[in-house]
Design a protein around this ligand. Structure first.
Ligand code: ZN
Length: 357
């Protein structure tokens, strides 16, 4: 209980920092760490420490800036409450886990939900999802899940374990030294393939601009790492029995399935409606989410997001007469729902499927 209260209060403070990220990340010339002090977006006055207490300050100041009396957007307090609520929900799930509390899970799920809040609010405001969250997240996620494999659904890791041991028994048994040599040899061409693939994608997406070298190298390293890991696991069967190894492969698989699913549905939608149905930012976001929910969870969370998005979309269409609904926040909310409440989600899915029987 103490953990839950502490983590909820921490969430409110983190939410206050997330507001800074939401405002500064997409804006040129501003970084999350510079300037150090928060400032009022309308008059630029630095905000003192006593006016920077999460939630409370907003209420005490009557939602107005102390120096210029301009209204402070309700978004600030909404983000703080949302972050506090999510952190509290994650802490209570982890603290009351029958298998015992897993603090790695607590930290990773909290960091994920904080990143998703930032990405969602930037998407709502500016209709863009920052690569600093989606692409970087996709690169980090498989390595993070090696340390907290319990986040991935059991059914998924079991299926990956079976498929890997099947592949390993079909492949010739190699000594670890030979397998490492093969993996290292293959990583060179894989690195170049990743670098080439990423720069091709970047040029297509950004109309001829040169690729930032750092991102290209990251793409190459990820491809080489994933390919090398697969070669090692298949050639040396004891490796692929390791829980960490299975988590790594499951996470990559979830990423691939999530990103491809949104890409395919978006491409079909664009063909039918003759305009962009889903942005490439959504593809990358669902890739990141798939790394945590696994391939089975990512399909479920995508359909849940469509379901939630269509309900809200119809409501917005009726009220505001606009067709545009950013999809990122729905993808993020659906994935978090599945990660935090897997059982009610399965019940909902069964109920939904029973409607068609
Ligand atoms: Zn002001």
């Amino acid at each position: 209980m103490v953990i839950v209260v502490f983590w909820t209060l921490l969430g409110a403070c983190v939410g206050s920092f997330l507001n800074v990220c939401i405002y500064r990340m997409p804006r040129e010339g501003l970084s999350v760490s510079r300037p150090r002090r928060s400032f009022c977006p309308s008059c630029g006055a630095a905000i003192s420490l006593r006016d920077n207490i999460p939630i409370l300050s907003w209420i005490l100041l009557g939602a107005k800036c102390r120096s210029c009396r301009c209204p402070i957007s309700g978004r600030y307090v909404l983000v703080e409450i949302l972050t506090a609520g999510l952190f509290g929900a994650i802490a209570s799930r982890v603290a009351f886990d029958p298998a015992g509390p897993n603090f790695g899970e607590l930290v990773v799920l909290s960091a994920l939900s904080a990143s998703l809040i930032v990405a969602s609010f930037i998407d709502l405001e500016l209709r863009t999802l920052p690569d600093a969250i989606t692409v970087r997240g996709m690169i980090i996620a498989p390595f993070v899940l090696v340390f907290v494999p319990s986040i991935l659904p059991d059914a998924q890791t079991r299926a990956v374990r079976q498929a890997l041991s099947g592949a390993a028994s079909a492949a010739p048994l190699a000594s670890p030294a030979v397998a490492w040599a093969a993996a290292v040899l293959a990583s060179g061409p894989l690195f170049l393939a990743g670098l080439y693939g990423y720069s091709r994608y970047y040029r297509a997406a950004h109309r001829g601009q040169t690729t930032p070298l750092r991102n290209g190298i990251l793409g190459g390293v990820l491809t080489a790492g994933a390919g090398g890991a697969l070669i090692l696991g298949v050639l040396v069967p004891p490796y692929c029995a390791q829980e960490a190894y299975i988590a790594f492969v499951s996470s990559l698989l979830g990423m691939l399935v999530g990103a491809s699913l949104v890409f395919l549905v978006g491409a079909i939608g664009s063909l039918i409606s003759r305009k962009t149905a889903m942005g490439f930012g959504d593809v990358k976001l669902q890739g990141l989410l798939g790394a945590f929910t696994g391939w089975s969870g990512t399909i479920g969370s995508f359909f849940l997001a469509c379901f939630l998005g269509s309900i809200v979309g119809i409501w917005i269409l009726l009220r505001h007469r606009t067709h545009y609904v950013p999809f990122g926040p729905f993808l993020a909310a659906a994935a978090l729902l599945i990660l935090l409440l897997p059982e009610p989600f399965l019940q909902f899915l069964n109920w939904y499927m029973s409607l068609f029987r």
